[in-house]
Design a protein around this ligand. Structure first.
Ligand SMILES: [Zn+2]
Length: 124
């Protein structure tokens, strides 16, 4: 199995409903996101997937969150915008947009860092 990953960043505000602690109050993060694409075969050029296209898909999804108050955006108006839920959301949205990948490649994992030392990963 081959794997490639692309990292991106975005800035956003959130607060966690029902959480007893600092994250209950409105605050922001400079989020880092790592998207891992995996697949069993390479194309004729020797690539699992074109980084340029992968970056475009990732940036397209992330743009909708960048510099936003996440609690006001669907699905985070209902679902808490925790790093875990953000990772799942990004995974699902990017998977929808990458539905036709060559060689059976698919998004294997999305990791969302809230700080340099804390992160959550969603794996399919
Ligand atoms: Zn937070």
């Amino acid at each position: 199995m081959y794997e490639v990953h692309v990292d991106e960043t975005f800035a956003a505000a959130h607060n966690l409903r029902g959480y007893k602690g600092k994250c209950e109050d409105l605050h922001g993060h400079n989020y880092k996101v790592r998207v891992v694409l995996a697949g069993p075969e390479l194309d004729s050029v020797g690539l699992l997937y074109d980084f340029v296209h992968l970056k475009q898909v990732i940036q397209g999804v992330i743009r909708s969150l960048d510099h936003k108050y996440l609690n006001e955006l669907s699905p985070f108006d209902v679902l808490n915008p925790s790093a875990e839920n953000i990772a799942r959301y990004l995974h699902d949205e990017m998977t929808k947009q990458l539905h036709r990948t060559p060689n059976g490649a698919s998004i294997a994992a999305v990791t969302v860092w809230e700080t340099e030392t804390t992160a959550a990963t969603y794996r399919s």
